[in-house]
Design a protein around this ligand. Structure first.
Ligand code: ADP
Ligand code: MG
Length: 588
């Protein structure tokens, strides 16, 4: 679908929605109001769970906090609902910050469990607080006014709800296509790679969690002033599960999945309420069972939800060409020959295993150094220690004269070290371009606001051009919008090299970059690494192909059983009897 077609289609949908009060029944508008209100929460879940990989069962509690905040303030204090909105957003945001700060560091199942506990606790709080009317709730919540216009009529608040939803959807869609949005999308699938690019995983998670909570708060505010009454029931854990399910049913991998899921569940619930009482006396109980069956079926057979089926009938959007832009500023490379990296008596134990023992070597700026040794010699562990992916048990690592022994991955990335992984760490469902763009994170600035408001376009053009240039450089520019997961494993490694280069490193550390490449691709890689050296970039690499290493590097460090065996020029190392015995003997 071309951009004009997409915009035309969106305008038709918006026109139909806008005219709805003129042709639809008032009951249909009420349903649309609920769909809009639920969609706002589900939109947060799509962002948080679908894109960020963080599961929350507790969104209903956020809706509740906002609804109670505004209801309490506007009834007890007689304050305008607009101030109620401000208060609701602040209260919800604060609670989400505290809750997120406590649970998001823990990772794994702690967040979902934390949100369950939280969802239960807040529900009981609502029901037992005298000021909040206990189980009777708060009545006579005033309607919202825009100037003199009351939004009390169903068809009036309808416009506010859907305008809010459309605006929120556009902002979230913008965000996802921005620098921080890519960081959100990279959260699924292991955080070591993300931190190695200088991205603060905790910060991204926390902000995403807060955004999702604020979307729930908007929903709660609209709900309170639409229904003019709040009580604990609509904010219980069952509703929390329902919101999560709306996102999954609609398709949590797509921004419109929120609306589709909210619409399907609302219409289904409505239909069941009409139909079930015809068959049984207590329809409510049966409804729960019907939903449970649907949950199980969807999770079993259609985990992607409805959106992927819908998208099958919509031609894929044409991707914009990558426009030329001014280059990103580059770091000043250290003078060739100055000491760059120094490793002294490095030590790492895994239980009883001495994976790295008393290893030391130095690298000067502008060198290409090879680290070789049999499988299990400890090479990758050395790389993980240098880049901060692992903490050493002893020894010292300095980079450009600074001690980085205890530094975390992010600080090391900032200092100018970029890396690839022996076991490829890419985001297979992101495009080649987006994967490489992740590498530019530290060289760009645009935050969440700029991204959501599209104030980042200038910087984004520059970053995209840079990423594309790196793809071209490694020979992967044919299809920048293809998915990384569709590349052969060898080419995925090369894509990681492009991502590392996009960070403009002073030192690039490559763990078996040539594994799985054809002879021709290996030659291209040799040319690339040589051209890097000419630019002043220093290279440290592990490689098993001896011909490849010998022809490329200035110096070789040989490891065996966790220790350094020898160090020297390729010719000297090749001639060394110890090396021949330990390693080369079997290969060369
Ligand atoms: P190389 O890259 O030279 O093949 P590694 O550095 O991957 O070797 O591994 C060195 C040794 O440390 C191996 O015996 C390996 O099994 C062990 N090892 C590596 N990582 C871990 C880990 N995270 N936990 C336990 N043992 C590990
Ligand atoms: Mg290894």
């Amino acid at each position: 679908m071309s951009r004009p077609t997409a915009i035309a289609l969106a305008l038709v949908v918006i026109a139909l929605l806008g005219a709805a009060p003129f042709y639809a029944t008032s009951f249909a508008i009420t349903l649309l109001n609920y769909i809009g209100i639920y969609s706002l929460v589900a939109l947060g879940v799509v962002l948080l769970t679908g894109f960020g990989g963080l599961t929350s069962f507790g969104q209903a509690a956020f809706v509740g906090i906002a609804a109670y905040s505004t209801a309490w303030l506007t009834t007890a204090e007689g304050i305008s609902p607009w101030l109620g909105l401000l208060f609701a957003l602040i209260a919800t945001g604060l609670v989400a910050t505290v809750l997120g700060a406590v649970t998001l560091r823990l990772g794994g199942h702690y967040l979902p469990l934390g949100t369950v506990a939280w969802g239960l606790a807040i529900f009981f709080l609502f029901g037992n607080f005298e000021a909040l009317g206990r189980h009777n709730g708060l009545a006579n919540v005033p309607p919202i006014y825009i100037g003199p216009i009351s939004l009390e009529p169903t068809a009036a608040i309808y416009y506010l709800i859907w305008t809010t939803l459309i605006a929120a959807t556009i902002l979230v869609a913008n965000l996802l296509e921005s620098r921080e949005g890519r960081a959100i999308r990279s959260l699924r699938g292991g955080v070591v790679m993300v931190e190695s690019l200088g991205i603060n995983v905790f910060r991204i998670r926390l902000i995403t969690f807060i955004i999702a909570a604020l979307l729930a708060a908007l929903s709660g505010w609209l709900y309170a002033h639409m229904s003019r009454f709040v009580s604990p029931a609509p904010f219980d854990l069952r509703m929390g599960i329902q919101y999560l399910f709306m996102a999954i049913l609609g398709g949590s991998g797509h921004i419109l999945g929120a609306v589709v899921g909210a619409a399907l569940i609302t219409l289904l619930e409505n239909a069941l309420q009409d139909v079930l009482p015809l068959f049984v006396r207590d329809g409510q109980q049966l409804e729960v069972i019907v939903f449970a069956v649907i949950y199980v079926l969807v999770l079993q057979f259609a985990r992607g939800g409805v959106m992927p089926f819908v998208l099958r009938f919509v031609p894929a959007a044409a991707q914009p060409p990558i426009a030329a832009a001014a280059p990103l500023p580059r770091r000043t490379m250290p003078q060739s020959g100055t000491p760059l990296l120094s490793v002294e008596r490095l030590q790492k134990r895994f239980g009883g295993l001495e994976a790295v023992s008393q290893v030391g070597f130095d690298i000067k700026a502008g060198e290409i150094v090879g680290l070789i040794g049999p499988n299990g010699a400890g090479k990758s562990t050395v790389f993980n220690l240098i880049t901060g992916a692992l903490r050493s048990d002893g020894g010292k690592i300095s980079f450009l004269g600074r001690d980085i022994t205890r530094a975390g991955q992010r600080r090391i990335a900032e200092a100018g070290i970029a890396r690839t992984f022996q076991h490829v760490k890419l985001r297979p469902s992101m495009t080649l371009l987006d994967n490489v763009l992740l590498g530019t994170y530290l060289r760009t600035r645009a935050g969440f606001f700029k991204g959501a408001l599209r104030l980042d376009r200038q910087e984004e053009r520059v970053a995209r051009f840079e990423a594309f240039a790196q793809l071209k450089r490694v020979g992967l520019a044919d299809d920048p919008y293809g998915l990384a997961g569709n590349l052969s494993l060898g080419r995925q490694r090369i894509l990681e090299v492009a991502r590392a280069l996009a960070a403009d490193p002073a030192l690039i550390i490559l763990d078996e970059p040539a594994a799985g490449l054809s002879r021709m691709e290996k030659n291209a890689l040799v040319d690339l690494l040589r051209s890097l050296r000419n630019e002043g970039v220093t290279v440290l690499l592990v490689e098993h192909d001896v011909e490849f290493v010998m022809g490329l590097v200035d110096r070789i460090v040989v490891m065996d059983f966790g220790s350094k065996l020898v160090e020297g020029t390729p010719t000297a190392v090749r001639a060394d009897p110890r090396v021949q015995e330990a390693y080369l003997g079997s290969v060369a």
